[in-house]
Design a protein around this ligand. Structure first.
Ligand SMILES: [Cu+2]
Length: 281
C-alpha cells in the first residue's frame, strides 16, 4: 500500500517535471550523492582541480606518517630493541625534514595564489549584475538592461509544493543570465553583512553595507542553480535563498523584455555602474 503510494507520488512528480522543460535541468542534491556540486563555471572547475591536488598531497603525507609510526613501533619496540641508541642529532635528516615541508607548502601555495588571482580578475565582462542583500531577501539590478531591478523572495512552502519547486531553495523572481556570458557581479548590502554564495558557480562574496565587493561568473551550461546566504544575518537568515537560471541568449532577451514590463515600477532604483559608462574614456 505504502509502496503504491510512493510510486504514485513519484509518477506524479515525474509527470510534473516533464511538463516543465525549463526546470528539467534543476541542479539539486539527490540521495547518496558524494563530493561537491558539479562545477558550472571556469572558476569552480579550477577550485575542484586545486581540491583534488590537495587531496592527493594530504593522502600521501598521511600514508607516509602512518608508515613511519608503524616502522618505529615494530622495529624499535622494547622487546626487539632493548638497548636504545644515544644518537640525538642527524644534520642530514634534520635538513630534509625542514626542507621537505617547505617544498610541499610551496607546491600548495603557487597554484593556490594563481587561483586567487584568477578568481579576482573579471575577464572582459559582457554584463553586470548588481546584488543587494537585505534582511531577509535579495534584490537584483541589471544596469546594462535599462537598469532593470527587482526583489527576490523565498517561495513559501505551499507555493513551492504547488509548483513542484524545491522547498527553501526556490524564489519568486530568480536571477536570469545568458549562458556563456561573462557576468560581473557587484555585491553590497543595506543593513547587515550577508553573503552571496553559489556553490556550483564558485562564487562566495560578502555583502557589506557601504561597500561593493565583486566576483564574476561564466556559466557553462543551461540549468537552474541554487545557493543561499551563508553569513548568519539574523532571524530569517535561512530563508533568503538564491536561484539562478542560465538560459540561451535568445531566451535571455525575451526574459528582459517581459521583466522590464513586470518590474517597470522599480525604475527609480539607484543605478549601478553601467558597463557603457566604464568603457567611456
Ligand atoms: Cu543574509
Amino acid at each position: 500500500m505504502r509502496r503504491i503510494g510512493k510510486l504514485g507520488t513519484l509518477g506524479a512528480a515525474l509527470a510534473c517535471v516533464a511538463a516543465m522543460p525549463a526546470l528539467a535541468a534543476d541542479e539539486l542534491p539527490r540521495n547518496w550523492q558524494i563530493g561537491m556540486q558539479a562545477a558550472a563555471t571556469p572558476v569552480r572547475e579550477r577550485i575542484d582541480a586545486l581540491h583534488n591536488e590537495l587531496l592527493i598531497i594530504i593522502t600521501l603525507i598521511t600514508l607516509f606518517v602512518l608508515c613511519l609510526l608503524m616502522f618505529a613501533m615494530i622495529r624499535f619496540n622494547a622487546r626487539r630493541h632493548p638497548v636504545p641508541s644515544q644518537t640525538t642529532h642527524n644534520p642530514v635528516l634534520e635538513l630534509i625534514w625542514t626542507a621537505a615541508p617547505v617544498l610541499i607548502l610551496l607546491a600548495i601555495a603557487i597554484p593556490s595564489f594563481k587561483l586567487m588571482y584568477y578568481m579576482d580578475r573579471t575577464p572582459k565582462p559582457d554584463m553586470t549584475l548588481k546584488v543587494t542583500g537585505h534582511q531577509w531577501y535579495w534584490s537584483y539590478q541589471y544596469p546594462d538592461q535599462g537598469n532593470l531591478s527587482f526583489d527576490s523572495n523565498m517561495l513559501p512552502d505551499d507555493q513551492a509544493a504547488a509548483q513542484n519547486r524545491p522547498r527553501m531553495l526556490s524564489v519568486d523572481n530568480p536571477v536570469v543570465v545568458p549562458v556563456g556570458a561573462v557576468v560581473r557581479v557587484l555585491v553590497t548590502s543595506t543593513d547587515v553583512i550577508h553573503s552571496w554564495f553559489m556553490p556550483a558557480l564558485g562564487v562566495q562574496e560578502y555583502a557589506v553595507i557601504g561597500r561593493t565587493n565583486y566576483a564574476w561568473m561564466q556559466i557553462n551550461r543551461l540549468g537552474t542553480f541554487h545557493g543561499e546566504c551563508n553569513q548568519i544575518c539574523g532571524n530569517n537568515h535561512p530563508f533568503m535563498p538564491i536561484e539562478i537560471r542560465a538560459v540561451s541568449k535568445e531566451d535571455f532577451a525575451k526574459w528582459v523584455d517581459t521583466a522590464k514590463k513586470k518590474f517597470a515600477h522599480n525604475d527609480q532604483a539607484t543605478p549601478a555602474v553601467r558597463m557603457a559608462d566604464r568603457a567611456a574614456p
